[in-house]
Design a protein around this ligand. Structure first.
Ligand code: SF4
Length: 372
């Protein structure tokens, strides 16, 4: 039996960086291989973040390569795969980029070894992140009250396990055992959903719930079940976006520079207004998931990268419906800034929207492997 590996992917985004710091500080007993998959098209701010993390973590972040750069004529992962796809740019519906440059190198590197992958989905997010279909890879979410992935919860809470769960809770004998057994006893049905049962048990006591799940995992092929002990089951933290920024600041790594709001001016009805823009995510500088205002940020903050993105657009192949040569026209830039200014200020008046809130709104769409 091979030993269980522990890995944590650094995307260049705030959440995976904060998770690496959190795990190294809070769970130093777990030997984690921190890794990144470089597309060759990241922002310099991302490379800066990774080099700062190297020194804070006290160990080098491994690079899981998607190509043999020395022997590829393109010398760069994205350009290599773009050539093999005949110049067909990736998009939200044809996302070969994530598969080829992030998921495949990750799965190749792991091979068949039982592996626990730690992912930085926060307690204030409503998404599950990337879950490998490979049975030897199990995903754990340390920032959430529920550290387990959906597939584990579904199998664990299956009605066939009611007796097992009751027996394990009874062995632990907590003060509120009768209440807990009452929740456990109720089978999942149309009227009592898996979500309701799961929440009731978590709200009763997160650590106890985790202990019972851990006992159940020992009878499965899940990697966590192969461990003698797992300190994450004693963790009931629930970290939200402000905690992430605090962790980054306190560690000395700081917030990735592209999140910092930068002031722009825009003329609206003859008046000059001041708004702020930033980039809401890590990943390739030309990522098709970015918003129009982020393209404008790229144009004004990294004009050379914007020109590189323009050069990729060929007849019929563009990053989005609107061509970048049209987006960069001054009147169009002004229009995008105006729309952004009006939208964010309308929302600000209603809900006191901070720049952190703007990041949260923008991060909903996209790719968990590239942006966490
Ligand atoms: S950041 Fe965007 S373009 Fe780059 S690999 Fe991820 S989804 Fe593809």
């Amino acid at each position: 039996m091979s030993e269980v590996k522990h890995v944590l992917g650094i995307s260049g985004g705030k959440d995976s960086a904060a998770l690496a710091i959190y795990m190294s500080q809070k769970h130093p007993e777990i030997s984690i291989d921190y890794y990144t998959c470089d597309t060759g098209k990241e922002l310099t701010e991302t490379y800066d973040l990774i080099s700062k993390l190297n020194s804070v973590l006290g160990k080098d972040i491994s690079l899981y390569k998607s190509i043999d750069e020395l022997n590829s004529p393109m010398k760069n992962p994205f350009d290599h795969f773009l050539a093999t796809y005949g110049g067909y740019l990736p998009s939200a519906t044809a996302r070969w980029c994530t598969n080829k440059m992030k998921l495949e190198p990750f799965e190749q590197h792991i091979g068949d070894d039982p592996t626990i992958s730690y992912v930085g989905i926060r307690g204030d997010e409503n998404r599950d992140g990337y879950i490998s279909k490979r049975e030897n890879i199990q995903t754990i979410f340390p920032f959430r009250k529920n550290i387990w992935s959906e597939d584990v919860i579904k199998k664990f809470l299956n009605n066939a396990n009611i007796d097992f769960i009751k027996k394990e809770y009874s062995k632990l004998n907590p003060q509120n055992l009768d209440l807990i057994l009452n929740y456990v006893d109720q089978p999942i049905s149309m009227r009592y959903t898996q979500k309701q049962k799961h929440n009731a048990l978590l709200d009763s006591n997160v650590k106890l719930f985790n202990k019972v799940v851990f006992e159940w995992l020992k009878g499965t092929d899940y990697p966590v079940g192969k461990l003698e002990s797992f300190s994450l089951i004693d963790n009931d933290d629930n970290l939200v976006i402000d905690d992430i920024f605090q962790l980054l600041e306190d560690s000395g790594v700081g917030i990735p520079a592209y999140y910092k709001p930068i002031e722009y001016s825009v003329e609206i009805d003859g008046e000059i207004k001041k708004g702020t823009y930033s980039r809401s995510r890590s990943g390739c500088f030309f990522c098709f998931y970015q918003q129009k205002i982020e393209w404008v940020w790229l144009l004004e903050q990294h004009p050379e990268l914007f020109e590189e993105a323009v050069a990729y657009e060929k007849e019929g192949y563009t990053w989005m419906e609107e061509k970048l040569v049209d987006l960069r026209k001054p009147e169009r830039v002004n229009m995008i800034k105006k729309d952004h200014y009006l939208k964010t200020h309308r929302q600000k008046e209603k809900a006191g929207l901070s720049w952190q809130d703007q990041i949260m709104q923008a991060e909903g769409e996209g790719c968990a492997s590239c942006f966490i």
